[in-house]
Design a protein around this ligand. Structure first.
Ligand SMILES: Nc1ncnc2c1ncn2[C@@H]1O[C@H](COP(=O)(O)OP(=O)(O)OP(=O)(O)O)[C@@H](O)[C@H]1O
Length: 357
């Protein structure tokens, strides 16, 4: 039997005048670990400490059996084999895109095939002769990703790589990040405060608060926890893994989920494709019977597990639909009229299901 690849173990501390980082984490050897949290919670500091860029950081850091830091060892940043991409790509301005890629690749001593592989995967071919100053923000970030990846990093560390881009550019780059996630065995640490990116990319989610881990675990488990601040936000959502059953030819996919069959607009993925769905709490309402006279396509049986008041005066409902947690929002008046209470069997009417991957 082959041993599972050893994962990532870290315990890092750092003290500043008004801030202390004290983080202990075990992360899987593969997949995307998203570090999520409010501004000032220490996300970037943690990433920089991992990369060796915070000289005051103390502690231990082991990745796949390699020690980057402990009481006796402290590898300098260039020996950690961390590929780092920041919000603003710092490309070398006097070199073409190609030479920017080559620069890191040569220093890392990686095989030629790796250069070509990432040029193809990130569609960098048409950009190779261009100087960085002529690239759009999205193109620069793609080149920065390429430059990090051609060095064959042990760990790819991304610090808000999309936050300087507008929504359209972000939507262009996300599929490349998904391709990296799908096609490499390189683990990713992805720092963001954007829920959309966290729900779309995370396999593992770490929620930081004031320099400490509030919770860490498999993404769906953390995202669907109703007792975390995430659940109270305006854009609170449940995240569901599904598998494509078919397509109606008009842009509507049929999806198999633990809650039953759901429909979502999206590309005609072949049957069997695994996808991730996001259902916003504000798009879910409840009824006591399964209405047939409604335009809502997605109606699934559920059990009401808890009701809690929201700051905006509405009520948040926690539902279980075939083992799936779902959040719904209703007014106090509706709750009274329907006599909503814990344990009640209801029908969850889902107005919109967003396909994420
Ligand atoms: N170079 C620095 N010198 C002193 N304090 C710093 C420095 N960089 C960050 N800080 C402070 O350390 C704390 C954590 O900052 P950090 O940038 O890691 O947070 P963050 O979660 O990444 O925030 P954001 O989402 O706004 O980027 C904050 O209180 C910040 O003001």
């Amino acid at each position: 039997m082959t041993e599972p690849a050893p994962g990532i173990e870290l315990r890092l501390q750092l003290r500043r005048t008004n801030f202390a980082l004290d983080v202990a984490l075990s992360l899987p050897a593969q997949g995307v670990a998203v570090v999520f949290g409010p501004s000032g919670s220490g996300k970037s500091t943690l990433l920089r400490a991992i990369a060796g860029l915070e000289p005051a950081a103390r502690g231990e850091l082991r990745i796949g059996g390699e020690t980057w830091q402990d009481a006796h060892v402290r590898l300098p940043p260039h020996r950690r084999r961390a590929g780092v991409v920041f919000q603003h790509a710092a490309l070398l301005p006097h070199l073409s895109v190609h030479d920017n890629l080559r620069y890191g690749w040569r220093r890392a001593g990686a095989p030629t095939s790796v250069m070509q592989e990432w040029i193809d995967k990130l569609a960098l071919g048409p950009l190779l002769a261009r100087p960085p100053a002529t690239l759009s923000g999205g193109e620069r970030q793609r080149v920065a990703l390429g430059r990090a990846l051609v060095c064959q990093p042990r760990w790819l560390l991304l610090d808000e790589p999309l936050s300087a881009l507008d929504a359209e550019r972000r939507a262009e780059i996300l599929p490349y990040l998904e391709a990296i996630r799908r096609e490499t065995r390189i683990p990713l640490l992805y720092v963001t405060h954007a829920v959309e990116e966290a729900t779309r990319l995370a396999d593992h989610l770490v929620l930081l608060e004031a320099g400490r881990v509030r919770i860490a675990g498999p993404a769906l488990e953390v995202l669907n926890r109703s007792d975390l601040p995430l659940a109270l936000r305006d854009d609170a959502a449940s995240v569901i893994e599904a598998s494509v059953l078919g397509h109606d030819g008009h842009g509507l996919l049929r999806l198999d989920t633990p809650a039953g069959t759901l429909h979502a607009h999206g590309p005609a993925h072949p049957a069997g494709t695994r996808v991730r769905l996001r259902v916003q709490a504000r798009d879910v309402s409840v009824a006591l019977s399964a209405h047939a006279d409604t335009s809502v396509l997605n109606i699934v049986p559920a059990v009401l597990q808890a009701l809690s008041p929201l700051p905006n005066g509405q009520l948040q409902l926690q539902l279980q639909a075939g083992g799936l947690p779902l959040l719904a929002r209703v007014s106090h008046q509706s709750a009274l009229r329907l006599q909503l209470r814990e344990g009640l069997a209801v029908w969850a009417q889902i107005k919109s299901v967003a396909l994420l991957v």
